[in-house]
Design a protein around this ligand. Structure first.
Ligand code: ZN
Length: 134
């Protein structure tokens, strides 16, 4: 794993949080993207080598909606940049980590993504991200 690609933050209202984070970071987001298959609307802020990803639920069954109901708004996941997501998934599986999905999926911001179950990572939801076409 190379670096923290982004930190995902679950928010109730992406417009309110966009304004808050723009003020906090001193810059505007560079993209808003809805990933309907995941039930999320995302907003990205660039911060040096890393990014902040705000996530708002687009429906009641969205993992973000469930998360906010249980825990409220806040840090939702850490995303690590990897060069070869399939190789990294195999490595982590062989180390005993539990992958939430067996195959990588299309994520926001032109990425292949896969999540690790927080039960196997000390309570932290981890996302692996590989840039598409790399
Ligand atoms: Zn993410």
């Amino acid at each position: 794993m190379k670096k923290i690609e982004h930190i995902g933050i679950a928010v109730e209202n992406i417009d309110v949080s966009n304004a808050l984070f723009a003020k906090l970071l001193g810059k505007d987001n560079y993209k808003i993207e809805t990933v309907e298959s995941e039930g999320v609307k995302t907003s990205f802020f660039r911060l040096g080598e890393s990014k902040i990803e705000l996530l708002e639920a687009t429906n009641e069954n969205s993992p973000i909606s469930k998360y906010i109901k249980k825990k409220g708004q806040g840090v939702h996941h850490l995303a690590f940049h990897v060069d070869d997501i399939e190789k990294e998934m195999d490595r982590l599986k062989s180390e005993g980590f539990v992958l939430i999905n067996d195959n990588y999926k299309d994520g926001a911001d032109n990425k292949k993504v896969c999540f690790l179950h927080p039960k196997s990572t000390g309570g932290v939801l981890i996302e692996l991200c590989q840039e598409k076409d790399s």
